[in-house]
Design a protein around this ligand. Sequence first.
Ligand code: NDP
Ligand code: ZN
Length: 351
Amino acid sequence: MKGLAMLGIGKIGWIEKERPVCGPLDAVVRPIALAPCTSDVHTVWEGAIGERNNLILGHEGCGIVEEVGELVKDFKPGDKVMFAAITPDWLSLEAQGGYSMHSGGMLAGWKFSNIEDGVFSEFFRVNQADANLAHLPDSISPAEACMLSDMVPTGFHGAELADIQFGDTVLVIGIGPVGLMSVAAANMRGASRIICVGTRQVCIDAAKGYGATDFISYRQGPIDEQVIKITGGKGVDRVIIAGGGVETFEAAINCLKPGGKIGNVNYLGSGDYINIPRLEWGVGMGHKQINGGLMPGGRLRVEKLASLVEYGKLDVKPLITHEFHGFESVEEALLLMKDKPADLIKPVVMV
Ligand code: NDP
Ligand code: ZN
């Protein structure tokens, strides 16, 4: 079979591989829609998780079941399915401890395009199909299902990590597709004021639709100073970080109220350390929490988040700005993700 792979840091290309072997609990799926991710860009062009050779990329999509293992109960060949980018080992101790995304080691619940071949392939294997696949309802389009793979669960996890409460003033740093879903989630969780950091007009327009109230640009001075100014010196209750680099943490701490919480879902592509300003962190006693996490995957979560789309509580269509057709155009879509033209939020590929 054919797949678009990371050949090494900074290099992608099409390769031929054996079709994946379906274990007794697994399914082999062929894609019907795919989407590239900013994480693929960090992985390939920044080498953020180290060298990977001939590893098929991609972790967002939906598909049709081709084959199932003998112990799979709820799926059969021909079923239309969706899945989360993170496909944990649900039998692991980490999953029993509540951190399925780290099953088998830190970040190891992230298998596609990290430790196993990803989905930019004619066929891909989903481990523990009953726990990691979900049936794709007719009311959800394949393009929408792609957004449910990663953008929705990750953006929403930002709001979970920041522990948004009714009436909170929330700062969302980065309003690409992930940050936009954090805005939507913060809004659903009852945030009052949602201050967004980003410059692309298409993202600003989408953020307004998801409940953003204020916008600042990281290009027009330090984020923290701008936030302190527009909040009349008060700062914010919560911060979600979904863009920028290691320097955003300093700004987040500086404009966070004591007792505030930071939820980070940003994949930090470069830099060795995150600086925490001592004084603004209350000389160690400010109760300013930092929570950073890989999003949880799994069937239950995908089904629950999909039900928000099914029942009209969440519209993911504004995220999809570019549509490609044909499996091979996944390469073009990935390069578009790398170049981030001003009118891009998220591309999808209809296979
Ligand atoms: P985008 O690149 O589309 O968006 C990034 C956002 O950050 C944009 O709004 C951009 O503004 C803004 N930004 C850029 N530079 C700065 C800066 N210096 N300070 C503040 N804001 C800045 O990314 P995505 O939304 O696709 O992804 C966001 C992050 O989430 C990525 O790092 C991605 O890898 C990660 N991710 C994490 C996952 C997880 O499980 N934790 C899963 C999936 C993705 P502008 O409008 O100017 O472009
Ligand atoms: Zn992704």
